[in-house]
Design a protein around this ligand. Structure first.
Ligand code: AHG
Ligand code: MN
Ligand code: MN
Length: 344
């Protein structure tokens, strides 16, 4: 009998291999990530039963962003905090749902990582059975910063992330993550509760077929963004683009990672920084995009170079394939011609 089938690799095995990139971490990094895999399994189980156990609908509390918190937002946040605060190596947790970062293991000098997360992204889609997700970013405690200053742990540019990823609770549950060594995807086998390597070394196609943006706001985008969307539609980049927009960033990005193309959340006059949050939405996605051969900018700058000033700060986001982003940078950032200025 031959044994030619591909080996089955779980996320834990994969992390143990990746861990060799962090000398001296002796298991603590895989223990940390297992907190995330555990929490996201619990969240997905609840999401899968959302219509059954009265978890649907708004909880009625307003979160720090001024939006109505959904019950599942609250549950997901609690589960992540419960799972991650059991890890001694984590000193600080920061979440979309909490105004301030949470200090855990106060006094423990072993604590040297911060985890920043959006516990449930796209939560307005829950009520209609559309994909939602969790995004996370892991940072190392900066040299010389004490346990009494959790803000400083997390206000670091995205380029300093040592790992980042997301989980999409879609038609299947998939975990996608990177420790700076390529991007790998693990599909949850719900019958055994294990994330199994299904997408090794993910690469974003050089160019795609779709653009992804909330087109209802188009009239409020800067004129150059509007013209860029016209270029995508009118074949300037070689073919006429179709559009896809789910309204869960994590799901829209996941499609862009697999199929290529471009996802945009542009600035508007009313919201000059767009809607998405830098630390736990744009940064993890930008890290993964670059690791997969794509590009992520805030309209002018590389997302990963932005020095954050506050935990919940927003940023415009343009992320996607090399070809679409190169055209954006050429067309949108080039000095405006007198004609273009006249027509605006
Ligand atoms: P969250 O549910 O965490 O608040 O995030 C929702 C975000 C993001 O997932 C998505 O890309 C965006 O909201 C959609 O916003 P619009 O409805 O303005 O398009
Ligand atoms: Mn979100
Ligand atoms: Mn959220």
């Amino acid at each position: 009998m031959s044994h030619s089938a591909a080996p089955i690799i779980t996320v834990q095995q994969h992390i143990l291999q990746d861990q060799q990139r962090f000398p001296g971490s002796s298991g603590e990094f895989s223990w940390l990530l297992s907190g995330i895999t555990m929490a996201t399994k619990l969240i997905q189980a609840k999401v899968r039963r959302a219509g059954l156990n009265d978890m649907l609908g708004a909880k009625g509390e307003i979160n720090v962003q001024g939006e109505i918190q959904q019950k599942l937002d609250v549950y997901s946040n609690e589960v992540l905090i419960q799972c991650l605060s059991a890890r001694e190596s984590i000193g600080v947790l920061a979440s979309e749902e909490d105004e301030r970062p949470l200090l855990v293991h106060q006094g423990s000098e072993q604590a040297r990582y911060a985890v920043v997360f959006d516990p449930l992204d796209g939560s307005s889609n829950i009520d209609v059975n559309v994909s939602v997700g969790t995004t996370f970013s892991i940072l190392r405690r900066p040299e010389g910063v004490g346990l009494d200053d959790p803000q400083k742990w997390v206000l670091q540019p995205g380029a300093k992330q040592i790992a980042a990823g997301y989980v999409v609770y879609g038609s299947s549950t998939i975990l996608v993550y990177s420790v700076g060594n390529g991007v790998h995807g693990f599909t949850l086998d719900p019958s055994v509760g294990a994330y199994i390597l299904s997408h090794p070394n993910m690469r974003m196609p050089e160019q795609g077929k779709y653009y992804s943006v909330n087109e209802a706001y188009r009239d409020n985008f800067p004129p150059r963004y509007q013209q860029y969307l016209d270029r995508l539609r009118n074949g300037t980049l070689g073919h006429a683009y179709a559009s896809r927009y789910i309204g869960s960033m994590v799901a829209d990005f996941h499609r862009t990672l697999l199929k290529g193309g471009v996802f945009l959340y542009p600035p508007t006059a009313e919201n000059p920084d767009g809607k998405l949050r830098l630390l736990y939405e744009a940064n993890p996605v930008a890290f993964l995009a670059e690791q997969a051969g794509g590009t992520a900018i805030d309209g002018t700058r590389r997302v990963l170079d932005i020095q954050p000033e506050s935990i919940h700060q927003r940023t415009p986001l343009v992320v996607g394939s090399r070809v679409e982003l190169a055209d954006f940078e050429r067309f949108v950032l080039e000095p405006e011609t007198p004609q273009a200025v006249a027509s605006e």
